[in-house]
Write a protein that binds this ligand. Structure first.
Ligand SMILES: [Cu+2]
Length: 154
C-alpha cells in the first residue's frame, strides 16, 4: 500500500485497493494449498488407474498409478474375485515387473493380504519407459497370470 497506515487491517477494510489485495492474498494462499496438494499427489505417484482381466474365471484387478515416476515407492493393489464375484482370500500373489524392450533383472515383490480379496505390494520402477506388470496368482495348484502395462516417467 502506498499510504502509510498505523493499522493495516483497518486500511484493508477501508480502501478498495486494500480489500482487493486482501482477496488476492486469500486466493494466493488457497492456490498455494491447491498446488501443494497437487505436488503431493504427483510425488506419490499421481493418477490411480484400475484395470481388470478375467483369467480362467478368476477376476484379477490391478490398481496402481498411471504414469508413475521412476525410483519412487509405488503401491500396487491386487483385487481377486471368483466367477460369482466373491473375494478370494486364500491365494498367493506376487508381481513380476519387467520392461518389454529389455531385461531389467528380477523384480518380484510379494503382494501381502490386505483385506477381503485384496493384496498389496510396494516397489519402485528402476527406469523410465514402458513396463509390464504381471500379476501372478497361485491358488489350489493353479497359476493364473494377468499382464498390465504402465508408462513410467523419469
Ligand atoms: Cu529398462
Amino acid at each position: 500500500m502506498a499510504r502509510a497506515c498505523k493499522c493495516p487491517q483497518r486500511c484493508l477494510s477501508i480502501t478498495t485497493r486494500g480489500v482487493f489485495s486482501g482477496i488476492t492474498a486469500l486466493i494466493r494462499s488457497h492456490c498455494l494449498i491447491v498446488i501443494l496438494i497437487l505436488l503431493a499427489a504427483c510425488s506419490s505417484g499421481a493418477i490411480p488407474l484400475r484395470e481388470t482381466q478375467v483369467v480362467d474365471g478368476l477376476s484379477i484387478t490391478l490398481d496402481t498409478p498411471d504414469r508413475p515416476r521412476m525410483n519412487t515407492a509405488i503401491d500396487f493393489v491386487v483385487l481377486l474375485q471368483d466367477a460369482k464375484g466373491q473375494p478370494i482370500d486364500d491365494a498367493s500373489v506376487y508381481l513380476d515387473l519387467d520392461m518389454p524392450a529389455m531385461p531389467m533383472g528380477v523384480t518380484q515383490p510379494v503382494a501381502l493380504p490386505d483385506g477381503p480379496g485384496r493384496y498389496w505390494a510396494r516397489t519402485a520402477y528402476t527406469m523410465e519407459g514402458l513396463w509390464e506388470i504381471t500379476v501372478v496368482v497361485e491358488r489350489a495348484e493353479e497359476t493364473y497370470r494377468a499382464t498390465f502395462r504402465r508408462d513410467v516417467l523419469k
